[in-house]
Design a protein around this ligand. Structure first.
Ligand code: SF4
Ligand code: SF4
Length: 375
């Protein structure tokens, strides 16, 4: 009984958590060792013991609104000490998948990303789209001579016309999802200072600055002991994305404001940053994949592994397109460039609907953790 009412377990949710990698869920006998050893759990609101029993009881609605499922960084310190061999970090990881599904907007797009049978479609759509653009541009097949990706699919009428509206649409969808998530996690707060009050006291700046600092320095990852080998690859991935984001921004400004023809030459600092970021991306993704495959108990579901394969596809196809361009093998250079664009398109789609969404949800949960302590 809870609050005088019988607890109604959501059996489909329990089965789903088990399928998504939380198969050790039923081993838990509530000794609370995990909450004691977890380096990220707080004294006031400890986890993951409570979440383990709630998951055993199938309390889906309460769990997906719980900020603590996002504060967990899946370091496995709790698994290392659990006397029953349960893996609470993986259980929380599976619950996070349900939370992303619950807040996803629109649901049909989330379904396309989550189910492996739709993966070929996710690649075929952008490939057809870009080939169509090249056809309209009169560059299919690309003309002989200097190999330039922008001669095949022009930046202005090809890439930007696809990626700018796609980013706006996905950005709006993610914003809607995160607004609902924020409303749910903050529903229990008795006193909520207004945004104006927070701004006036400098509250938001402090919160945003300290959250950004923690994320950029991977301060929470560094507290983990059992899987400390996750810190470096995760750090490489984060900074490679930041590097590539800066390069894309500079490219945009260079092309539209200063009318400079892209790509930049090899010796240009922006190009160097792009290449270093690409190497960091491939290295980080490979290290994460190897770590995961070597951990015999880690979940290896489509949900867990597909994101890392897509990131690898982005890095490797981009590198191969560059290499074939340098050795002047036009067919392969343009072929891998097309595959690279399709992989980037799929990665964009992955941002709000796959494990990739942790980037936004975890950040917001960390912001909320600080905000609620101030409130
Ligand atoms: S340490 Fe293991 S058995 Fe104990 S509460 Fe945590 S998950 Fe359950
Ligand atoms: S995986 Fe790490 S962060 Fe997550 S609950 Fe376990 S000890 Fe805490």
């Amino acid at each position: 009984m809870a609050n005088g009412r019988l607890v109604e377990p959501d059996l489909k949710f329990i089965d789903g958590v088990i399928e998504l990698g939380g198969s050790s869920l039923k081993k838990c006998f509530q000794c609370a060792t995990c909450s004691v050893v977890c380096p990220l759990s707080s004294e006031d609101d400890p986890f993951p013991r409570k979440q383990m029993i709630m998951a055993q009881w199938g309390q889906k609605e309460a769990l997906i609104k719980d900020k603590n499922i996002w504060l967990c960084h899946q370091c496995q310190d709790c698994s290392a000490y659990c006397p029953r061999g349960a893996r609470p970090g993986d259980v929380l990881g599976a619950i996070r998948a349900f939370a992303i599904e619950k807040y996803a907007t629109p649901k049909w797009l989330a379904k396309l990303v989550r189910e492996p049978k739709y993966l070929p479609l996710l690649f075929i759509v952008p490939i057809i789209l870009f080939l169509f653009i090249a056809l309209l541009n009169g560059t299919l097949p690309p003309k002989a001579g200097e190999i330039r990706p922008s001669h095949f699919i022009p930046d202005t009428t090809g890439l930007d016309l696809v990626f700018v509206p796609l980013s706006i649409l996905l950005g709006v969808a993610l914003f809607k999802s995160l607004s609902r998530f924020w409303k749910d996690i903050s529903a229990g707060l008795v006193e909520k200072p207004s945004a104006y009050q927070m701004l006036l006291k400098g509250g938001w700046w402090g919160i945003l600055f300290s959250t950004a600092k923690e994320i950029l320095s991977h301060a929470r990852f560094r507290k983990c002991g059992a899987s400390a080998n996750r810190t470096v690859p995760h750090f490489l991935l984060l900074w490679s994305f930041i590097g590539l984001f800066i390069v894309t921004g500079i490219g945009f400004v260079a092309e539209y404001i200063f009318h400079i023809e892209l790509p930049f030459p090899m010796t240009n600092p922006v190009k160097l940053l792009a290449n270093v970021s690409a190497v960091a991306l491939i290295l980080g993704a490979l290290m994460i994949l190897i770590n995961r495959l070597q951990d015999k108990d880690a979940p290896k579901t489509y949900w867990d592994l597909s994101l890392i394969w897509i990131i690898l596809a982005v890095g490797v196809t981009g590198a191969l397109a560059e290499i074939f361009k340098l050795v002047e093998m036009a067919f392969w250079a343009y072929g891998f460039y097309l595959l690279h664009l399709a992989s980037v398109f799929v990665l964009f789609l992955y941002l709000p609907y796959s494990k990739f969404a942790h980037l936004a949800y975890r950040t917001l949960a960390m912001v909320y953790e600080k905000y609620s302590s101030k409130a």
